[in-house]
Design a protein around this ligand. Structure first.
Ligand SMILES: Cc1ncc(COP(=O)(O)O)c(C=O)c1O
Length: 421
């Protein structure tokens, strides 16, 4: 047997025996009590927890390799640069981009979208043009486009969603017209869990020669991402939702588009030459990475990607699917619970309301039981308005969650009903 076959066998074996209890051992934060109760962490859509290997990688950088990148000729700088660029290559493979130069390190999804709006958008959007988003966008995929539209006299068009929380594709298609200049759509809704049909959306937009940005903040931790297969023009996600550190994220852009875009910020590292008469810029991705980047963050994210890939993406997805099915059924069995977002195939989040109880009160009482969920508008106020709710309670799942935690959630919700319902 070749080494490759042996490695494949080992990996298949690991995937077959995916054991969330064993996985939990990799996450030190999960083994604590809050007010004497074991922590039940069901807020990974807001921020995922970090495995020990990621914590170690960050510590190792600061302890042994701490140095600036792309600058020094000394050993530490070479090591840091090597680790930083290795992380970029890992991300390239993780999303199947064609080349590492298509991977730009940013602070997170929000900065990635602002970069595209501020650079591509500023250059190409003019008065009377239209930009299309959907009702289920996170504020970070609404506000940057609104700012751009205001500046340019352009118009933001919004594709509606159905009562189940699915994008109405026909309505989306109807919005595309000769004035459309850009489409920006979420892959997985953070408030509903809906998975959008990105391939179809991209095909429709490309039919009008319109580029498409995908907000992958909630997709990257749960779905296999293949940017070439999706054929999207830009894809953005955050490290902190993908078991990596805060302050680091990724903007993928097709090489040709990145090449033609003006810089987003000016400063050190992004230039080829500077004089008071004229400055010339480096090629992507460096053109978009002004100043000292988040080196430790990039290294940590690369390690997080190794970690998830090592567990087997399909094994993780199968586990999370099982959690979703279990939670959906268990919540619906509680009298007075209504789910917000019931699209088939949804992933990772269950949003709900409970008759007569404000979601914030649910969150507060659950916290007393050691259970962390999110309650609020989830940075998706237009979507809350669409469903005529001020807020929802949201439980979200990750690879380290177990069905026993959903049982704890359900029994705490019964307490909430007894107290306030
Ligand atoms: C769908 C979606 N888009 C964008 C964001 C913003 O991500 P960040 O705050 O990491 O920039 C989030 C964060 O919750 C999100 O869920």
């Amino acid at each position: 047997m070749t080494a490759e076959v042996l490695a494949l066998n080992r990996r298949t074996e690991r995937e077959a025996v995916f054991n969330p209890w064993r996985v939990r051992r990799d996450f030190p934060i999960l083994h604590q009590k809050l007010e004497g109760k074991p922590l039940v962490y069901l807020d990974s859509a807001a921020m995922s927890q970090k495995p020990q290997v990621v914590l170690d990688a960050i510590r190792r950088f600061y302890q042994l390799d701490c140095s600036n990148v792309h600058r020094g000729v000394h050993t530490l700088s070479e090591r840091a640069t090597d680790a930083y660029e290795t992380a970029r290559a890992k991300i390239q493979r993780f999303i199947n981009a064609g080349h590492p130069s298509e991977i730009v390190f940013v602070r997170g999804t929000t900065e990635g979208i602002n970069l595209v709006a501020g650079s591509y958008g500023r250059r190409h959007i003019r008065a009377g043009d239209e930009i299309v988003v959907t009702t289920m966008e996170h504020h970070s995929n609404i506000v940057p486009w609104q700012i751009l539209c205001e500046e340019k006299g352009a118009r933001l068009r919004v594709a509606p969603v159905s009562d189940t929380g699915e994008l109405l594709l026909d309505e989306f298609e109807r919005l595309l017209n000769p004035r459309t200049r850009f489409v920006s759509v979420v892959h997985v809704s953070n408030a509903l869990g809906t998975v959008n049909p990105i391939r179809r959306i991209v095909e429709m937009a490309h039919g009008w020669n319109v580029p498409v940005l995908i907000d992958g903040a909630q997709a990257a931790p749960h779905l296999g991402i293949d940017v070439r297969e999706l054929d999207c023009d830009f894809y953005v996600f955050s490290g902190h939702k993908l078991y990596g550190p805060t302050g680091i994220g990724v903007l993928y852009g097709k090489e040709k588009l990145l090449e033609a875009m003006p810089p987003y910020q000016g400063g050190g590292e992004m230039i080829s030459t500077v004089s008071f008469e004229k400055t010339t810029y480096k090629r992507p991705p460096f053109k978009f990475e002004a100043g000292t980047p988040n080196v430790a963050g990039a290294i940590g994210l690369g390690t997080a990607i190794d970690y998830v890939s090592g567990l087997g993406r399909s094994a993780v997805a199968a586990h999370e699917e099982q959690l979703m099915a279990y939670a959906t059924k268990a919540l619906l069995d509680i009298p007075g619970v209504r789910l917000i977002g019931t699209a088939p195939g949804k992933v990772s989040v269950v949003s709900f309301v409970l008759d007569g109880v404000h979601p914030h009160d649910i969150g507060t009482i659950l916290d007393e039981e050691g259970i962390a969920i999110r309650a609020g508008h989830h940075c998706a106020q237009p979507l809350m308005e669409r469903f005529r709710v001020p807020a929802t309670a949201r439980a979200s799942f990750a690879l380290y969650n177990v069905t026993e935690e959903i049982d704890a959630l359900v029994s705490a919700l019964h307490k909430v009903r007894d107290l306030l319902g």
